[in-house]
Every structure is written in C-alpha cells, then in structure tokens.
Design a protein around this ligand. Structure first.
Ligand SMILES: C[S@@+](CC[C@H](N)C(=O)[O-])C[C@H]1O[C@@H](n2cnc3c(N)ncnc32)[C@H](O)[C@@H]1O
Length: 306
C-alpha cells in the first residue's frame, strides 16, 4: 500500500516537475484552449461564504491562489511537486506574501494540512482542492475528503474539483466505451452464472459495442523532456453521484454540484466549427444546469462542515 502510494506520487511529481513554469500560462493564460471558468466559480463560492482565509490543497504553481490576490483573503497552500511550490512562492513573493504561505505536502498526509505557524490548523474558513483528485486512487477519495473537512472550522467550506465521468456518455469515444462496459453494463457481473454458449453469445454482443464508438479518440496526451504525460499517469474521472455520497457520508452538509467546461457538441465534432464551438460552449456555462451532468467535462463539489 505504502509502496504503491510512493510509486504513484513519484509518477505525479515526474509529470508535473517540468510543468511548473508553463502550467499557469497553459491553463489560465490568454492562449488556453478553454478559459479557466472554474476560477470565477471558486471566487464566487468564497465570496458568498464570507471566507477570510483559504487553504489550497494541491495548489500547483499557486495558479488559483494568484487569482485570489487582492480579494482580501489570506492565502495558504501546499503541493506534492517541489517545483510547483518553488514557482508558487515566486509568484506570491511578488505580491509581498511570505514564502511560508506555501509548503510541500501530499493531500494524503493529514499533517500536510497544518499551516507553518499552526494559527489556522483545523480552523481554515475554506479548503479547496482542484485538479488533484484525478491523481488519487479510488480508496483515497474519502480519506482526502475527510482531511479537507478536518482542515476547516465548523461552518467552513470544502470544495473539490474533479473530472466528470458522466461526460463520457456524451463523447462517443473510447471513454464512452469504457463507461458502458465497466460502469453501466459491468460485463463481469453479467457473465457470472452463464453457461459456455450463453457466454459466447454475450461476448459477441459486447464485441459489437466497440463499433458504436470512436475508439481512436481522444488522442493520448504524452509528456515531454522525459516526463510522463497527463494520460500516462493515473488521471481518473469521478462520478458526481458517487462523490456526492462520499461527501454526505462524511457528514458534510449543503452538498451541491457545480458543473463547468460545457461542450455544445461532442468534442470530436469541434474540428470544423473552430471558434464557434468555443463560443457556443462558453454561452452554456451555467454551473447548475442539469445538462452539466453530461455535457460538462468537470465539476466542483461543495459542502460545509456542520
Ligand atoms: C492539474 S494541477 C492543478 C493545480 C491547481 N490546483 C489548479 O487547479 O490550477 C495538479 C496539481 O496537483 C498536485 N498533486 C497531485 N497529487 C497530489 C497529492 N497527492 N498531494 C498534493 N498535491 C498533489 C500536482 O503536483 C499538481 O501541482
């Protein structure tokens, strides 16, 4: 278990080590493939909650934190990848914040949630975690959500961003096939108790399923400079129904889902539409629209500690 955790965390560090300086530009800059719409969702959440301070678990190069400079919030964060912490400190230092506001740590380590002075440990107004859950094994979801809950005061806000597994029902590609086979049909369960002939018939039907999807899409995102790419390390999606149950089982209240990065059509149809695809998709951005369950590739799940 520990060896597996160490191996996984080493692969995540390898993936992100060479990304620290360009990450913000790639995902939040002018040239980003899609505007960082989650930024305003987080900002609104924090403003509505009246938060005075925030802990960003897995903060990367302070990508979200730097967007919160000037809001009056006291900013704190930690990340697994040392190069990300170095870059984040550089950015926050330019705004006059001390380097101690960011530190190295894993979201799977309860001690990582302690601020260096201990002033806010267990008493943060809000704990957020964005872009990190894809890199956690399934068994760590509840463990990390519990750490986030422990990091905040009663009434404090917990917000986790994740990739939406249900979006695969809209993409019609290899992700859809995997979701049909493993999550909906559950082929292994379906085959249990069948005789040889029935199994063969079922196998033939299941083989036909592949023909319904573009199994060559999307292309695998590979790394550079000897680092593994995003799709070459563990990069899970999450089922919002299941993550909601995780939050509720932990006793978080007022649990809600906010969807973002809508797609007006399945992504494989983007070619040819160019800017129109982006324009129409952006027009759909409404975090509480039920269509987000299927047409948005990401969501933020929010809850409060009672
Ligand atoms: C996609 S980036 C997101 C950065 C930032 N939170 C944002 O939303 O812009 C993922 C970050 O999560 C960090 N990360 C992955 N697994 C982690 C873990 N177990 N503990 C802490 N950070 C982790 C990576 O080092 C990387 O900086």
């Amino acid at each position: 278990m520990t060896a597996a955790k160490d191996r996984l965390e080493a692969s995540v560090r390898d993936c992100y080590a060479t990304w620290s300086e360009s990450y913000y530009r790639d995902y939040y800059g002018e040239g980003a493939a899609y505007p960082p719409v989650h930024r305003d969702i987080f900002k609104n959440l924090l403003a509505k909650a009246g938060a005075g301070n925030i802990l960003d678990a897995g903060c990367g190069p302070a990508s979200l934190l730097r967007e919160l400079l000037g809001t009056g919030l006291d900013l704190y964060g930690f990340d697994l990848t040392p190069q990300m912490v170095v870059e984040g400190r550089k950015v926050l230092a330019e705004a006059g914040l001390p380097s101690g506001r960011l530190w190295e740590g894993s979201v799977r380590d309860p001690d990582a949630y302690r601020d260096p002075e201990g002033r806010l440990t267990g008493r943060f107004d809000a704990a957020i975690c964005s872009g990190v859950f894809p890199h956690l094994p399934e068994e760590a979801d509840a463990e990390v959500a519990a750490c986030l809950r422990e990091a905040v005061r009663p009434g404090g806000l917990v917000a986790v961003e994740a990739r939406n597994a249900l979006f695969s029902l809209f993409t019609l590609n290899r992700y859809s096939h995997a979701f049909f086979l493993h999550e909906l049909i559950r082929a292994d369960e379906l085959q249990a108790g069948l005789d040889a002939e029935q199994r063969e018939t079922l196998q033939k039907a299941l083989a036909g399923l592949e023909d319904r999807f573009r199994m060559d899409l999307p292309p695998v995102r590979r790394g550079g400079e000897g680092s593994p790419g995003y799709d070459e390390i563990l990069s899970r999606t999450h089922n919002p129904f299941i993550l909601r149950a995780v939050f509720e089982d932990l006793g978080l209240v007022n649990v809600r889902l906010l969807f973002y990065h809508f797609h007006c059509l399945p992504p494989m149809l983007e070619t040819g539409l160019g800017e129109l695809f982006r324009h129409q998709s952006l027009a759909m951005e409404q975090p509480t629209d039920w269509r987000g369950h299927f047409m948005a590739s990401a969501f933020i799940i929010v809850g409060e500690k009672p």
